[in-house]
Write a protein that binds this ligand. Sequence first.
Ligand SMILES: N[C@@H](CCC(=O)N[C@@H](CS)C(=O)NCC(=O)O)C(=O)O
Length: 213
Amino acid sequence: MTTTITLWGVGTARCLRPIWVAEELGLQYDLRPIGPRTGETQTPEFKALNRKQKIPLLVDGDFRLSESVAICRYLIDTYPNDSIYRPASPQERAREDEWCCHVYGEIDETSLYIMRRHGDLGHIYGSSPEVVKASKEYAELHLHAVDDLLDGRSSVLEGGFGLADVVLQSCLDWAVAYGIGLAPRLEAYRQGLAGRDAYQRAVKVNSGERRHE
Ligand SMILES: N[C@@H](CCC(=O)N[C@@H](CS)C(=O)NCC(=O)O)C(=O)O
């Protein structure tokens, strides 16, 4: 089947998000499985598509979009189906934004990615065990807040599985991979989402294990 959608990028928590959403929505998409730190984001072809030289990137016809959360929202709004909750009112949309901004801002960008920059990528950004340790503690602080706010629910918002869950789950997996222990209720939430077929397909596509068709 022909598709207008191309997703660029695999191999990271950020790349998993749009792949997972595309799988949930049952979309046909071409995948360009370029990886981080491979030089593939620095080619003239990719730079012409994304001046930021970052993955993930979406191309849909003549529309191009970077930023994992923005790409997910675009897909959910453009190709809606019942498998992903869509906020219906300004308040519901604001609540979803509140969760996405908190998890992305405090846990992804301010904690886990800082751990990556000054840990695994220390040869590029400067190695700092002290910064890694402080960032890990900061991640734990906000994961405790998330656990309290989630209060044992199986989806972030009452309306059901949605964008905020995609952002949160990708960060929980990332946190676990970095040796951060999750509170029992948060781990149960993570395991619940891990049972979704689309999530399992996406994880395999993102890891390069499953050939994307
Ligand atoms: N805020 C961006 C972050 C994107 C980002 O930093 N991507 C990294 C990989 S996770 C990247 O492309 N780095 C450049 C490279 O690895 O060549 C998003 O959420 O999409």
